[in-house]
Design a protein around this ligand. Structure first.
Ligand code: HEM
Length: 467
């Protein structure tokens, strides 16, 4: 393995034998240590695991917009890094982790399922599931501190179950808790595998209890989607009265017409939507509400926008054009996704020697694109720590590789428009019903880079019913 080209990049402090491994032993370290490295040593740094002379792995960590643009805008470096492989037991060859011609073919097949005409029909789902969330949040009214995360996660799970599979799961009302528990346990094990030497490789993972737990949980998850698909195939559970089709119905339809996806392939894609489409939006919603609590003047303006659109009506019937008209709220969400990007790091892997800016990046290099770092760079965003939605007043394309919460280029998030609509629907509802205030003393989030950005100590605010 030739890694000479990487010598151009600084390494920062590291252990001579273990490299950066001792610095990154937890999901919280990943954010802090990566920030320190890029602040103190340059926008792109080398991360080494193992001895300096013969490293086990050398990666690049970058928050440089040029290198980010080079990687994301080209069509050469499309393969994901090996840590995505922890997802393979659940998602198999789903869109998020597949590559090569297989990925290309599936991306082309799945793209029409995210067409605007399809998404517009989902607004009703966001709204009715959001109404249940409002009822659940009433429990928090008057309490000094409410952790939003568990409430919002169940809400986004209900949304994705109904939109991806066409199945009302009512997890917010305590139904189907076995499926929810399996999603939670599987996500936990996936994160822990990337942090534990014993769980890291399949060769030793089977020695751990989690290997068997994962096996059981995956059976629950796979059986569930499998059964939904089968009953749809036998046409037992398609609601004839709705013109709304879930992603699964669309995939089945495409496949019936042209026989392009097998049942297993459909299941893998539906599982992928389930995974990629609920924790991410929950993170986006929770951090936006946290920012609104901290910035009463921004919240006031967001509420005013709601009043301008719907008067004093707290429960208007919201349509797709209404969500489009929530321009200020969109800026608020964008600014929150800048400071707290729901997906803080993504990884790509070079399959051939690649030249960038006169430097050779060798074949088999992991490149970690540090979205969180890009978004907090003062060269790209003056006063980066400040929450200023007006930054997005005149958002122009030149920011496109400095602001990438949904990634960019051909492997960008296929669910981007869906996610923005869902976040607007849920957040606007909460803003109309509650005044969101910081807790006293103010809750300070402890950021953790799991597959999505989370806060280890929850996302706590105070909710006060609006008159
Ligand atoms: C705020 C919410 C969301 C954020 C911030 C987000 C962010 C991202 C990012 C950064 C990627 C690139 C991942 C990588 O390169 O490794 C991605 C990919 C993807 N996202 Fe999202 N996502 C969100 C919501 C959703 C939703 C709701 C869905 C589905 C309904 C979805 C489905 C996917 C899929 C399938 C991919 C893989 C695309 C491909 O490789 O072709 N995402 N997302």
């Amino acid at each position: 393995q030739k890694n000479d080209g990487l010598n151009k990049f600084p390494e920062g402090p590291s252990h001579p034998l273990l490299g950066h491994l001792p610095l990154m032993t937890s999901t919280t370290d990943v954010i802090d240590v990566s920030m320190q490295l890029i602040r103190n040593h340059g926008k792109t740094v080398k991360i080494r695991i193992g001895p300096k002379i013969l490293p086990m792995r050398t990666s690049l960590l970058t928050a440089d917009s040029h290198l980010t643009e080079f990687i994301l805008s080209g069509n050469k470096i499309l393969k994901k890094t090996e840590n995505y492989q922890f997802l393979k037991h659940w998602l198999r060859k789903g869109l998020l982790i597949s590559d090569g011609d297989y990925w290309k073919r599936h991306r082309k097949i799945l793209t029409p399922a995210f067409h605007l005409e399809v998404l517009k029909e989902f607004v009703q789902v966001f709204e009715s599931v959001g109404d249940v969330l409002i009822e659940k949040l009433r429990r928090c009214e008057g309490t000094p501190s409410c952790d939003l995360h568990p409430f919002v996660t169940l809400c986004t799970l209900d949304v994705i179950c109904e939109t991806a599979m066409g199945t009302k799961m009512n997890v917010q009302s305590g139904k189907n808790s076995h499926y929810v528990q399996s999603v939670k346990k599987t996500c936990r094990i996936i994160i822990e595998r990337s942090m534990s030497t014993l769980k890291l490789t399949d060769t030793t993972f089977w020695l751990c209890r989690d290997f068997y737990t994962l096996k059981n949980e995956l059976k629950v998850l796979h059986d569930f989607t499998h059964n939904v698909i089968n009953s749809k195939k036998n046409n037992k559970s398609i609601d004839k009265n709705t013109k709304r089709l879930a992603f699964l119905d669309l995939l089945l339809k495409f496949s019936q017409d042209e026989n392009i996806l097998s049942t297993d392939e459909i299941r893998e894609e539906v599982d992928t939507f389930m995974f990629a489409g609920h924790d991410t939006t929950a993170s986006g919603i929770c951090f936006t509400l946290y920012c609104l609590a901290d910035h009463p003047e921004v919240q006031k303006q967001a509420l005013q926008e709601q009043k301008d659109l719907f008067g004093d009506e707290k429960n208007p019937v919201i349509t797709y054009p209404d969500l489009q008209n929530m321009k200020y709220l969109e800026q608020v969400i964008k600014e929150s996704c800048r400071l707290y990007p729901p997906v803080p790091i993504i990884g790509r892997y070079t399959t051939e020697d690649t030249e960038f800016d006169g430097c050779l990046i060798p074949k088999y290099t992991n490149i970690m694109l540090f979205i969180y770092g890009l978004h907090r760079d003062p060269d790209y965003f003056p006063e980066p720590e400040k929450f200023k939605p007006e930054r997005f007043d005149n958002f122009d394309g030149s920011l496109s590789y400095t602001y990438i919460p949904f990634s960019a280029g051909s492997r960008s998030c296929i669910g981007q428009k869906f996610a923005m609509l869902e976040m607007k629907s849920i957040i606007s509802k909460i803003v109309r019903h509650f005044e969101i205030k910081p807790t006293s003393p103010r809750h300070e989030v402890k950021l953790s880079a799991e597959t999505v950005l989370k806060s280890l100590n929850g996302i706590k605010v105070t909710l006060k019913k609006r008159p």
